[in-house]
Every structure is written in C-alpha cells, then in structure tokens.
Design a protein around this ligand. Structure first.
Ligand code: PMV
Length: 360
C-alpha cells in the first residue's frame, strides 16, 4: 500500500478558463502558495478493478456520485495517455534496434487496477481547493507506483499528472510558492507547475474563514467552461502575464504590499468574470463582502500586513505575515457561524510510510 498526504493551495494569480477543456490546459499562468493543512490522505493498493472509495472525517464511508467516480476513471485514462507520450520519447531518443531493456520496458508503463482511498479533512466545494489536494495526492501516489516500477518522474512531470485531474492541483505537488506555466499549444504536457520559492522562503499564513459549508452549485470544472462567455474575460487574459510577473517579483522580494495589490485585484477580477458569464456564477455572498470590507478597515487602522482572496466559493482566505497572524486569527474566530482554518505555507504532497511490493 502507498499512502500520500497532500494539501490545498491558495492562488494569488488565479487560473480561470482553459484553452483545452479535455486536457485541462489553462488559458493563463497562475501562482499560489501551498498550504500545510487541512490534509487529504490518499492510499492506493492493487485491486481486481480500478475503483475509488472515500471516507468522511468521522470515519463513515462517503457515497461518491457517478460524476465524481467518472472523473477518476477519466483522469486515469488521461494519465495513461500522458505516460504513453513518455514511452514515445524514450524510443525517439534511442531509435536503433538496440533499444535498451529499460526503454522496451517503458512501453508497458501505465496505471492499471488499483483501489484509491480518499480520506479528506477538507470540506468539499466551498472554495478551499479540496479537489486540488485530492488530485495532487493521487498524482503523487501514481508517481510513487511508477517509481517502484523503475520510472522516476520529476516533480514537473508529476504536476502534469495532477493537472489532468484538476488544473490547480498541479501547484500542490511542490511546497512553497508555485506557478503554473500555462505554455502554448495542445500537447498533453504543455502546461506544468514550476516552484518559484520553497516553503522556507517566506513564512506566510492563511487564515481561512468559511461562512458556509454548503457545497457550491457550479464547481470550478464547469466554471472554467463558461469563462469565455464573459465580456470581461478577454481583458482579464490580456492582464495576466503582467500580473504573473508582478506576483513572482513580489514573492521573490518578499514585498507584501505588492503581493496584496496584485492578488486582490486578480481575485476581484476573476469574480467579475464569473458574475458576468453566461450563466452568471455568483460564488461570493454578503458575508464574503462584509469580511472583505472589515479587513480593509482593520488593516488600515492597525497597519496589518494582510490580503484577502477568494477561490470559487464564499470562503475568504486572509493571507498574512507572521507579525499580523495573531490579530487576524482573533478577528477570524470572532466571526459568528463561520468555520476557521489556520494554515500556513506548506511543503507539498509527500509519501507517508510506503511499504514495498504494491505493484500488480
Ligand atoms: O483546479 P480547478 O479546476 O478546481 O480550478 C481552480 C480555480 C480557482 O480555485 C478558482 C483558481 C485557482 O487558481 O486555484
């Protein structure tokens, strides 16, 4: 059995919309901070057929919808398609009849029949990147299976496997601050994650306030599909490479004010696109706007280094420095009827106590 622990990430410049839906090739670059919690544990073991099971925090088994199960099957098919491209590369490198044993062996690399078990501490579909944590964990587990078979993948290659399940998942393979290089073209490996700085670079915290644990009606997979119907989307895409450069620069130089400016602008811009798309997607609610307003006042009055950002849900992420953390956590815990998660920059998906002889 192989076990992997993985976590969500919070984006400062956000991925919204794909240039190729099936391959989840993003339309723009993005950049996030990998969080250290809440966690997902993915276990994988040989089985008669490929199957997925999921457990709630209280230990009871969750019933996965047909749509959810299909997503894992579809992901595995895409992963095998990707692995087949790696095999082609091997034989192109050595096209002579004297192919080495390893490259011949390469022709058999694929993910076959396993049972995937998911134990998640993350409420799903509230804007806390639960699918990013799940698919980064699955990708890391597949990577470990392949490593035991003799195919050592790089973090960037594992990030491609993660991206095929959930675009933003590729940013949770590595820790610290990670960008998606969207790339160009339509090949399966043309977009991948690249680490900008590791988790020791800047000890930022993310105090997460979830006003509601109710699952959103339109998930981000569908949301991406509607992005291009918004009249604001083309302008958003035009701004993204400049924002990405600014964001990378802010992180490298640990310039919090700059990071705040670019990430708040980008989050509000994404929601403007979502709200003006067809159908309109209203992820934020009154509570989100109330919290944003109060945070703007609080940081002005108390000179706090804190920024707000929201993914596809009403949940507000308050990213702050070590110095501002206690004050922001106190504010968060004072919010009525809200669930609070105190997280910080994390180290990315990693194998837990893996045992041997797992491959069928
Ligand atoms: O990876 P997906 O398909 O769940 O998309 C995530 C989209 C956002 O969370 C809204 C933005 C981001 O970059 O994480």
């Amino acid at each position: 059995m192989i076990s992997v622990i993985s976590t969500p990430n919070i984006a400062f410049t956000k991925y919204w919309g794909n240039r190729n839906e099936n391959l989840r090739l993003p339309a723009n670059d993005s950049l996030s901070m990998t969080l250290d919690s809440p966690t997902v544990r993915i276990s994988i073991e040989p089985a008669e057929t490929f199957s997925v099971r999921s457990w709630n925090v209280d230990g009871s088994e969750k019933t996965l919808s047909e749509k959810n199960i299909a997503r894992f099957h579809c992901h595995r098919e895409l992963v095998n398609r990707y692995l087949a491209t790696l095999q082609t590369e091997v034989s192109i490198i050595q096209p002579s009849p004297r192919l080495s044993k390893k490259s011949l062996r390469g022709a058999g690399w694929s993910i076959s029949n396993y049972q995937l078990s998911i134990r998640s501490q993350i409420p799903s579909a509230i804007g806390l990147a639960s699918s990013a944590a799940v698919f980064s964990g699955v990708a890391k587990a597949y990577g470990e299976l392949l490593r035991r078979e003799g195919l050592e993948l790089t973090d960037e290659q594992i990030s491609i496997i993660a991206r095929l399940g959930s675009g933003s998942a590729c940013r949770s393979i590595q820790g610290g601050f990670v960008a998606i290089d969207a790339g160009i073209g339509d090949t399966i490996d043309s977009a991948k994650a690249v680490q900008i700085a590791d988790n020791d670079h800047w000890p930022l915290h993310d105090i997460v306030i979830a006003p509601s644990l109710e699952e959103k009606k339109v998930g981000s997979t569908e949301g991406h599909r509607f992005a291009h119907t918004s009249p604001c989307y083309a302008e958003r895409l035009r701004q993204m490479s400049r924002r990405q450069r600014e964001c990378i620069n802010a992180i490298r130089t640990r310039d919090f004010e700059k990071l705040q400016r670019v990430s708040e602008k980008d989050a509000l811009d994404l929601h403007k696109v979502a709200e003006t798309s067809n159908p309109p997607l209203q992820y934020l609610n009154q509570e989100t706007h109330r919290i944003i307003g109060e945070i703007e006042t609080l940081r002005k009055e108390e000179h706090l280094a804190v920024l707000f950002t929201m993914d596809a849900g009403p949940t507000v992420h308050l990213v702050c420095t070590e110095e501002s953390r206690d004050r922001i956590a106190r504010y968060a815990h004072n919010q009525p009827h809200c669930t609070v998660f105190e997280t910080k920059v994390g180290s990315g998906a990693h194998c837990q106590h893996a045992s041997t002889s797992t491959l069928s």
